[in-house]
Design a protein around this ligand. Structure first.
Ligand SMILES: [Zn+2]
Length: 154
């Protein structure tokens, strides 16, 4: 059996810190993140009947606009703040940034590439369900040689 999927890539710049980490990542720092989003139609095929989107899983342009508005734009040039961090400095940094009108994205998970990939997978699965799409795989790169992956189980 075969399944047709499409994949789109996104990048954004973001700051984070890993509270409780022993190494360098406990410090406030940033990455240029890269993400791949792979989707297929829930029925595994391409759209055949709708003239405007004939022979496509979904228009790349439409996938781009959904992922950008839901995930990428809110995170770009933000500080991802873990609201359960064991490091008091992280809460203080978030407070200063928020009180001076800077971009802070508060999350309830430790901001590792693994946790982000899980969160993006779950959120995009919900957002794309209405378009008849299934998310097959999310990959989040923290550096050019390191990525975390969440895949749909078969
Ligand atoms: Zn990092």
């Amino acid at each position: 059996m075969k399944r047709v999927s499409i994949t789109k890539e996104f990048t954004w710049d973001m700051a984070h810190m890993l509270g409780g980490h022993e190494g360098l990542c406990k410090n406030l720092h940033g990455h240029t993140y890269k993400m791949q989003v792979e989707v297929c139609r829930a029925d595994g095929d391409v759209i055949k009947n709708c003239e405007a989107s004939k022979s496509m899983v979904v228009d790349f342009k439409d996938l781009k606009s959904i992922v950008k508005s839901k995930i990428v734009e809110p995170l770009d040039h933000a500080f991802m703040y873990w609201n359960q961090s064991p490091d008091a400095a992280e809460h203080q940094i978030a407070d200063v940034l928020k009180s001076t009108g800077k971009k802070v994205v508060e999350v309830s998970f430790r901001p590792t590439a693994e946790e982000m990939a899980i969160d993006f997978f779950e959120r995009l699965s919900k957002d794309l369900e209405d378009c008849g799409l299934e998310v097959l795989c999310i990959r989040v790169w923290e550096t050019p040689s390191s990525f975390a992956e969440v895949k749909k189980e078969k």
